[in-house]
Design a protein around this ligand. Structure first.
Ligand SMILES: Cc1cc2nc3c(=O)[nH]c(=O)nc-3n(C[C@H](O)[C@H](O)[C@H](O)COP(=O)(O)O)c2cc1C
Length: 254
């Protein structure tokens, strides 16, 4: 990807082409507005996404933190139609499994029947159209490797298996902040995207299509493109329901 942008002193990108107008566009939306309106828009126009924008949202992603500042991430930008078709087909089959799970789990209690149906219908559209998104982004994170057991003092050696489990548990914590930055950066420039994970039901196949090395984990499949629908307020459970003071069960908001 050749991109006509250069890093400025403050770390923001600036430079040739559309970047000036891009800056203007981004300054129109505040951070909180972006967070409150970055709905999961799943119907996308087929129009291509300029390389500058792809670069810019990836740059925003890579401003996120990661454990030990290791930054062991990689982002595969899939624009080739044949590759997108293959990923779309993998996502489709993964979604068939996911749909069975959702059907048996039922709607979360905070959603009305109508809200749940709306989400399922929007989700079902993506099952069939993932491969048509102009860009499919696959953020990957390297699995944490542990130094050998013998390298640790006896007390830690005795808990070596716990250490391995811990590394697995925190793996996503070093990539999902970058993913959320990408979602917000897309929102800022008017692009739709969302996290999806159904591809992981066929992880081996996806790895083979993209040539992902064993040590890297493809943690999400994100369609990116210009939305057909509109951004708008997201519905979430109120803070009063989900926040506790000092210990579990004591309401923060009284
Ligand atoms: C871990 C995770 C996995 C998700 N997987 C999918 C998916 O496979 N397909 C899909 O259409 N949406 C997926 N979503 C998007 C959610 O459905 C969406 O965030 C939720 O419905 C809220 O939507 P809203 O922001 O429009 O209110 C996923 C979200 C997360 C955080």
């Amino acid at each position: 990807m050749r991109v006509g942008v250069t890093a400025t002193k403050g770390g923001a990108a600036a430079g040739a082409g559309e970047v000036g107008s891009l800056e203007a566009k981004m300054s129109e939306i505040g951070l909180f507005e972006a967070m409150y309106t970055a709905r999961a828009l799943r119907k996308l126009k087929p129009d291509p996404v300029p390389e500058e924008l792809i670069f810019r949202v990836l740059e925003a992603g890579t401003r996120a933190g990661s454990g030990g500042n290791a930054q062991r991430w990689a982002f595969i930008v899939v624009r080739d139609a044949a590759q997108r078709y293959k990923l779309g087909e993998i996502y489709r089959r993964g979604s068939d499994i996911s749909a069975e799970v959702y059907a048996r789990r039922g709607r979360p209690p905070h959603l009305s029947d109508e809200q749940f149906q709306k989400m399922m219908t929007a989700g079902a559209h993506l099952w069939d159209h993932m491969g048509e998104a102009p860009v499919l982004l696959v953020p990957c994170i390297e699995s944490n490797t542990l130094p050998p057991r013998e390298a640790f003092p006896p007390a830690i050696r005795a808990r070596y298996n716990d250490l391995a489990v811990y590394q697995q548990l925190i793996r996503g914590a070093s990539i999902y902040p970058a993913v959320q930055n990408i979602i917000l950066a897309c929102r800022a420039v008017g692009l739709a995207t969302l996290i999806t994970t159904n591809h992981l039901y066929y992880e081996a196949e996806l790895r083979s299509v993209l040539g992902i090395p064993d040590e890297m984990f493809p943690c999400a499949l994100m369609p990116i493109g210009w939305p057909i629908g509109k951004f708008g307020p997201v519905n979430r459970r109120p803070v009063s329901e989900v926040a506790f003071a000092d210990q579990w069960g004591t309401p923060l908001v009284t």
